[in-house]
Design a protein around this ligand. Structure first.
Ligand SMILES: [Zn+2]
Length: 215
């Protein structure tokens, strides 16, 4: 016996609502999706944050995005050490098996993971420095980004570090040989976005400006 319980009633009700409306009105489309397999054009790496609604922002349907979410939308550096790397596995599958044309890294405002990294880097979160902190060790990926923003006014640092999380991830994507090869041959393009939740806005990294500009 496994340690799990039945779903709470409100979720069961919502599921049956979806089945009776969205699914039943589009049943043949769902069956086609199931039969044909997935063929998404883009992989999106976003934060786990419940307010970041990737498919809603882009009006995306089932099958359009290969979506990977983790704390602070980070891609770690390429490290083929035989350990278990969830994000790297998702990148490998998207590129090698699904042959996506785009990889989009989507950061966001008031990111708790980035705030934790900022607190850790400024000595305000000793618990995150401990070896046993999964969040802390994961946020180590963003430490090089902190070096770029540490001299900014304090009020600007959270948003700046959220954007650094996107840039660090874009840099780390290029350390994967199969990503770098496909970027160089033009098979894949990388994109960096930052989503302001309250404003409903998106900024994108512009290589000409070497900074983020409103979409
Ligand atoms: Zn976040």
């Amino acid at each position: 016996m496994h340690n799990a319980k039945l779903l709470p009633h409100y979720l069961v009700q919502r599921f049956h609502g979806w089945k009776a409306t969205t699914y039943s009105e589009n049943e043949s489309w769902y069956r086609r999706l199931a039969d044909n397999g997935q063929n998404p054009r883009a992989m999106v790496v976003s934060c786990c944050d419940s307010r970041v609604h990737v498919t809603s922002i882009f009006g995306a349907d089932n099958g359009e995005f290969f979506l990977h979410r983790n704390i602070a939308n980070l891609v770690p550096p390429y490290k083929p050490d035989g350990a278990q790397h969830g994000t790297s596995a998702a990148v490998e599958y998207a590129v090698k098996a699904l042959k996506v044309a785009h990889i989009i890294v989507l950061g966001h405002s008031s990111c708790g993971g980035v705030e934790g990294c900022l607190n850790m880097c400024t000595g305000r979160a000793p618990e995150l420095e401990e070896k046993t902190s999964f969040v802390g060790r994961w946020m180590d990926i963003l430490r090089p980004g902190y070096e770029n923003i540490k001299d900014m006014p304090e009020a600007e640092q959270p948003a700046a570090l959220e954007k650094e999380a996107v840039l660090v991830s874009l840099n780390n994507l290029m350390t994967f040989p199969f990503v770098a090869d496909d970027v160089k041959s033009g098979k894949i393009t990388l994109h960096g976005l930052w989503h302001d939740i309250g404003e409903g806005a998106i900024e994108q990294y512009s290589p000409e400006d070497n900074g983020f500009k409103p979409v």
